[in-house]
Write a protein that binds this ligand. Structure first.
Ligand code: GDL
Length: 691
């Protein structure tokens, strides 16, 4: 039975803040969740949204009621949340297979939520994220749209449960990127906004699924469409989409001005429970950073723009507290404190080596000294956080390391060819080596820390970064002329850690440009580009770009590729792409898998051996307004991959000496090197790459 309308008489509702366990993969344990409630209470957060994607009865078997054993656990959990003043919100995701128009389905949903209500839960949530948008025939018949179907079932369930104080709805279009054509014009979101009863709050992840920044303007926009301020489901610290990443940087790039414009923020953090200390602690600091309640920060760094919240300071606060936690032995698998060690009996949870009973071995004069663990430091944790920072940003030390490696790589060959590496090179190589050593030391001290629960959650990641850094370190040593040949990173017969990443790594490396984006070289950009196959109707635009670019160069002597750009020679199949931005076409990339006929056409003499190694030709032009080199790089990558599939052994390009921009571009690509060709007109350079 419903208890109508209570939403209207309520006091101004408190800002919802806390954690959503909403990731894919292994759910947290009941103990971890109880620990979470303690932390949330201590740090001033107030909500926990139970939504583990891979929990059977949350999503896949949403209709199934809980067994007596499961019920007992949930009852205990809900009561633990209450004890710590945490609002336990039970979420259910029926969207995989629910038939909205079938009364039995609605009844099944009510029955399940009634059961959870009996466990003591009073806050609920219906989630429709990550599901098919297509309705079944029966629903199409009953509802004018998917949004109408979701609104109907949500309102029914909300009223059935007595209009709970907290009731959250997650739309299928839960971020701006999913809205078609735009947030304001999305008919889905407008229907949801108009149709959902006012006491129901709506979850929103921001501009994207994992939002780099969330601006005040974007929230004002979505608020007007939803007819209520959203509760942010923040995926900034989620890592379920990439098994090589864990996010240990501070909550960031959400201006604290947002607090007064939102209904709440719930973070959906890393799958590993213990490393979420930083994610949750910094979110809690952010939540306190209001103009009314917070201290205005008078020592604000020039880079920081938020007067009430500094991510760097929040991070230091979090890491300082986290350091204490690493010292704790009060968890399974940790070493015994010395006094307890004498009394403790062996337990199943203890690793073998700590099960030493009362052995307090004292080495003799000629014996090995005992291994002594150095304590972990705040600097170690700062480094750890820098190495595993945020989805779109590496921490300062990680950035510095990448920058140094890049410089050492780019400046080594020229210097070494003459008199060996310069003094500057050597001293920077040494500094790089020191930074790598700090990572190894951090790894050692972390592995020795008493709190094994945190360590085990972090272990794969720190091992991975230690190996990655180790490879880079060996490479720099080799550039500097040190290191045994067997250390050669490019060894013909490496150990498996010399070709890392498994099958997935192999797939990535096979894709053009390794199929990846390095954050260091390509920080998130704001312009959106589209690369699509060339079609005959594009000929005029391609010619226009060609002429525009030609204006800036001498047109004589002609290049082999000119006929291609001018539309006189058609490109080979699958070998033509165009680049567009929001203004229009802004570049193109064309190729011939066999360049011989085109060379003959302009009577260019090219030696047979060059055509043997590099039978194909590519040309690319990008207007000056495209300052980001990555779209051009991606086009070249895609062309080379098509040329390779045609069976060609290599490709070349021709450039004029005066075309500094393209020269720089091809040089930076790394794969193209200058080709020596007799009889080439003086101001033309040819560069080639094997495939
Ligand atoms: C998502 C999923 C979430 C997942 C996250 C990160 C929402 C609303 N849903 O799209 O379960 O953990 O991405 O991969 O964010």
């Amino acid at each position: 039975m419903s208890t109508p309308g209570s939403a209207n008489k309520r006091e101004p509702r408190r800002f919802i803040s806390g954690v959503v366990e909403g990731f894919y993969g292994r759910p947290w344990t009941m103990e971890q969740r109880t620990e979470l409630f303690k932390r949330e209470e201590k740090w001033g957060l107030n909500t926990y949204l139970y939504a583990p994607k891979d929990d059977y009865k949350h999503r896949m078997y949403w209709r199934d009621l809980y067994s007596p054993e499961e019920a007992e656990q949930l009852i205990a959990l809900i009561s633990a949340a209450k004890q710590h003043n945490i609002d336990f919100v039970y979420a259910i995701s029926p969207g995989l297979d629910v038939t909205f128009s079938n009364p039995n389905e609605v009844a099944a949903l009510k029955r399940k939520l009634d059961q959870v209500k009996e466990f003591g839960c009073s806050s609920f949530s219906l989630l429709f994220d990550d599901i098919e948008r297509e309705m079944c025939p029966a629903d199409k018949e009953a509802f004018s749209s998917f949004a109408h179907a979701q609104v109907a079932i949500t309102n029914t369930v909300y009223q059935h449960l007595g209009e709970p104080e907290t009731f959250l709805f997650c739309p299928t279009d839960y971020c701006a990127a999913f809205c078609t054509p735009t947030v304001t014009q999305s008919s889905y979101l407008n229907t949801v906004g108009e149709g959902l009863l006012p006491g129901i709050d709506i979850l929103w992840t921001g501009p994207k699924v994992v939002s780099n920044k969330i601006s005040v303007e974007s929230i004002e926009e979505v608020t007007s469409v939803m007819r209520r301020p959203p509760v942010i489901w923040d995926n900034i610290h989620a890592n379920d989409y990439d098994p090589q990443r864990i996010l240990l940087g501070p909550f960031k790039d959400r201006p604290s001005e947002l607090i007064s414009k939102l209904r709440g923020v719930l973070t959906n953090p890393n799958c590993e429970f213990y490393p979420n200390f930083v994610a949750i602690h910094t979110l809690a600091t952010w939540c306190k950073a209001t103009a009314e309640g917070g201290q205005r920060d008078v020592e604000m760094d020039a880079e920081e723009q938020d007067p009430y919240y500094s991510p760097q300071k929040a991070l230091t606060l979090a890491l300082t507290d986290w350091l204490q936690e690493f010292q704790s032995t009060a968890q399974p698998g940790g070493p015994c404190p010395p006094a307890a060690r004498l009394k403790k009996e062996s337990s199943d949870e203890e690793p073998m080596q700590t099960d030493m009973g009362e052995s307090s071995y004292v080495p003799g004069p000629g014996d090995n000294p005992l291994y002594t663990a150095e304590p972990l430091t705040l600097e170690d944790l700062r480094l750890l956080s820098d190495l595993f920072y945020l989805p779109y940003e590496h921490g300062p030390t990680a950035r510095a390391m990448l920058q140094e490696l890049d410089w050492l790589k780019n400046n080594s060959a020229a210097a070494a060819a003459e008199t060996g590496q310069t003094q500057e090179w050597c001293s920077r190589a040494q500094q790089f080596d020191d930074m790598c050593e700090a990572v190894v030391q951090m790894f050692n001290r972390l592995s020795n820390a008493p709190n094994r629960s945190i360590l085990y959650d972090l272990y794969n990641y720190i091992c991975d970064i230690k190996s990655g850094v180790g490879l880079a370190r060996t490479y720099v040593k080799r550039l500097g002329g040190q290191g045994r040949p067997s250390f050669n990173v490019m060894n013909d017969d490496p150990e498996p850690w010399g070709f890392r990443g498994g099958l997935s790594g192999e797939f990535q490396r096979m894709l053009p440009c390794h199929g990846n984006r390095d954050l260091f070289k390509h920080p998130p950009m704001t312009a959106v580009y589209c690369i699509r196959p060339y079609c005959p109707a594009d000929k005029v635009e391609v010619q226009r770009i060609f002429r525009e670019m030609q204006k800036q160069q001498m047109a004589q002597p002609p290049l082999i590729c000119d006929g291609l750009s001018a539309g006189e020679i058609p490109p080979s199949p699958q070998c033509a792409l165009v680049l567009e931005d929001d203004i229009g076409m802004c570049g193109y990339a064309l190729a011939l898998t066999d360049a011989k006929p085109a060379a003959a056409k302009i009577q260019r003499a090219v030696s047979g051996s060059v055509f043997e190694d590099f039978p194909s030709l590519i040309t690319i032009q990008v207007l000056a307004r495209v300052t980001d080199p990555s779209p051009a790089r991606r086009m070249v990558g895609q062309l080379l991959s098509s040329i390779r599939s045609s069976g060609s052994r290599g490709a070349f390009c021709e450039l004029r000496h005066s075309d500094r921009r393209m020269l720089h571009f091809y040089t930076k690509l790394g794969s193209f090197t200058p080709l020596k060709m007799a009889g080439l007109p003086q101001d033309i350079i040819t560069m080639g790459t094997g495939l």
